[in-house]
Design a protein. Structure first.
Length: 407
């Protein structure tokens, strides 16, 4: 009689076999906090909310007809090209247009010096990828742009704040930090800074450029707000100062002067650093949208952008003044705030014993919002500070928002 092998035990019908969990996320994701601004924007999107939180351009000021005509022209000239892959550096037309605008403001630039990016935020990431390795030191203003802090944290940088006063970064303190910490990069927003709205004086810009040249330092100059000047005189970029020419990456954006939905920015840098940024972009997204680049270049050919920006500045100046005129009645007695010459933000500080985050919870319950200042700090956050944006709402809406805030 033949011997039969035992039948293997079968799992219970319908049961799901046990499985091991997948490996964990990278430490850079597990340890990087989400953007406090983006979290607040989810709350402020509620109907009827008056938000001083996000730095959003006013949509009623977009040149929708001009942009529609530019897209139509881009397709009419060559739909096949508009819908095709492009070079990583960007379309020649838009690179040349950006270069001409920079050159016209005294910063000698050709199209070969420019890389078109998917928003200036990408430019910040490309420079970080090209320069920063885990453990490298990056110097920043304190407080500074929150998304920059996120990007440096994801790269594993050691971020150190440079002491500032009401006018911005202190050059003597910067020189001391550079000598002691040997940083690789200084990140700065010299004009209408986010979140404080302050502008670095001309003399300090020259000193910072000289320090970078003397002590050996890359400069990353972020300028998304420079076109939005309401008073005072225009100041030269850091990149235009002697000593900074061969070490400054200058970031700019069309988001604040044309439309943020285009996601178009640009990066001007010395040749070697630009090559590094191009390599980083090739691995990120190959190139920025071809059709959007061609439409933007067409728009710059057909429309007087400076005249459009002048109209936007006129509207924003009125809104800034409406916010400033009502803050004394809206904030607790003893609060202080600045008067920015341009940009999108007013920086305020509440009296001792107040906490802006606690105030936000009460404010949103009354249909008004702002951004607490604490998340913008690298170290030692001041819980009394808050950022107020004045660009999104009309003067009438701003007045109503301040009445709600006063409540």
């Amino acid at each position: 009689m033949p011997t039969t092998s035992p039948t293997p035990t079968s799992p219970t019908a319908g049961a799901v076999p046990a499985s091991a969990p997948p490996p964990p996320f990278a430490a850079r994701i597990r340890t990087t906090a989400p953007s406090a601004v983006r979290e607040i924007l989810a709350v402020t999107s509620q109907p009827g909310m008056i938000s001083f939180a996000g730095g959003l351009p006013a949509p009623e000021l977009f040149d929708t007809e001009g942009m529609r005509a530019a897209y139509n022209a881009a397709f009419a000239q060559s739909a096949r090209r508009a819908l095709q892959y492009s070079t990583t550096e960007g379309t020649p037309e838009l690179r040349a247009a950006v270069a001409a605008r920079l050159d016209g403001r005294g910063l000698a630039t050709t199209g070969d010096d420019v890389l078109i990016t998917t928003g200036s935020q990408q430019g910040l990431g490309l420079i970080t990828t090209a320069l920063i390795e885990p453990g490298d030191v990056v110097l920043v203003e304190n407080p500074t742009y929150l998304a920059a802090l996120q990007g440096f944290a994801l790269a594993g940088a050691r971020v150190i704040p440079v002491p500032c006063d009401e006018e911005g970064m202190l050059p003597d303190a910067l020189a001391e930090l550079v000598a002691r910490e040997r940083p690789k990069l200084l990140y700065t927003i010299p004009t209408f800074q986010n979140p404080t709205g302050r502008t670095l004086p001309a003399a300090r810009r020259a000193e910072i450029a000289a320090i970078a040249a003397r002590l050996g330092l890359w400069l990353l100059e972020d300028d998304p707000y420079g076109d939005l000047r309401y008073e005072g005189r225009e100041l030269p970029w850091l990149a235009a100062h002697p000593g900074a020419e061969d070490r400054t990456a200058l970031l700019g954006s069309f988001s604040k002067v044309m439309a943020p939905g285009l996601r178009l920015g640009w990066l001007r840098a010395p040749a070697a650093l630009l090559r590094g940024a191009v390599l980083a972009k090739q691995s990120a997204d190959l190139h920025t949208s071809t059709v959007d680049q061609l439409a933007a270049a067409q728009y710059l050919r057909a429309v007087d952008l400076d005249a459009h920006v002048d109209r936007v500045r006129g509207a924003y100046r009125i809104r800034r003044d409406a916010l400033l005129s009502g803050l004394a009645d809206a904030l607790p007695p003893g609060s202080t705030w600045n008067r920015p010459e341009g940009g999108m933000f007013v920086w305020a500080r509440l009296p001792e014993g107040h906490d802006a985050t606690a105030l936000l919870r009460a404010a949103t319950a009354r249909g008004v919002a702002f951004v607490p200042g604490a998340p913008f700090y690298t170290h030692d956050p001041d819980p009394r500070t808050l950022r107020l944006s004045f660009t999104t709402h009309t003067s009438t809406e701003i007045e109503e928002g301040l009445r709600r805030l006063a409540g």
